[in-house]
Design a protein around this ligand. Sequence first.
Ligand SMILES: CC(=O)SCCNC(=O)CCNC(=O)[C@H](O)C(C)(C)COP(=O)(O)OP(=O)(O)OC[C@H]1O[C@@H](n2cnc3c(N)ncnc32)[C@H](O)[C@@H]1OP(=O)(O)O
Length: 130
Amino acid sequence: MTHYADGQPTGELTLRTLAMPADANAAGDIFGGWVMAQMDLACGIRAAERAKGRVVTAAVKEMSFAKPMKIGDTLCIYTHVSRVGRTSMTLKVEAWAQRYLTDRMEKVTDADFVMVALDGEGRPKPVPSA
Ligand SMILES: CC(=O)SCCNC(=O)CCNC(=O)[C@H](O)C(C)(C)COP(=O)(O)OP(=O)(O)OC[C@H]1O[C@@H](n2cnc3c(N)ncnc32)[C@H](O)[C@@H]1OP(=O)(O)O
């Protein structure tokens, strides 16, 4: 049974992937930029589904890393669309590490991402009603 060390994740599980040696420094710690990139990918998936079309990342709000991610951990990204504006969507994003070969889940970081719906020419367009 999965053991969550930092409360329960918020939102839907949107992306899972494995942290590999190429994503780490010499000490085996995973680069923060790699974790951020996976969070961005998850937001792209979730926001495009909500917008029913092309989206782009407009802003990432404050982010700090509470715990390290290590080679072999499975990164689990949870997303929740917390606000829909005219053309923008705010997503609450949480990154959790499932520790290597265990059922222990620890929260690594979280942030708010602002995604904007775009038309074919790359201009902001209204997000359709759900
Ligand atoms: C540089 C890179 O490659 S970063 C990686 C990928 N990201 C990008 O390429 C995005 C580059 N940026 C852009 O294309 C543009 O700035 C856009 C599309 C995000 C916004 O275009 P703008 O002409 O500023 O559009 P506009 O002012 O109408 O804003 C659109 C929406 O985004 C919101 N928004 C724009 N910038 C921000 C921001 N920094 N923080 C929060 N919301 C923002 C606006 O509030 C608006 O929301 P609403 O329609 O729900 O009220």
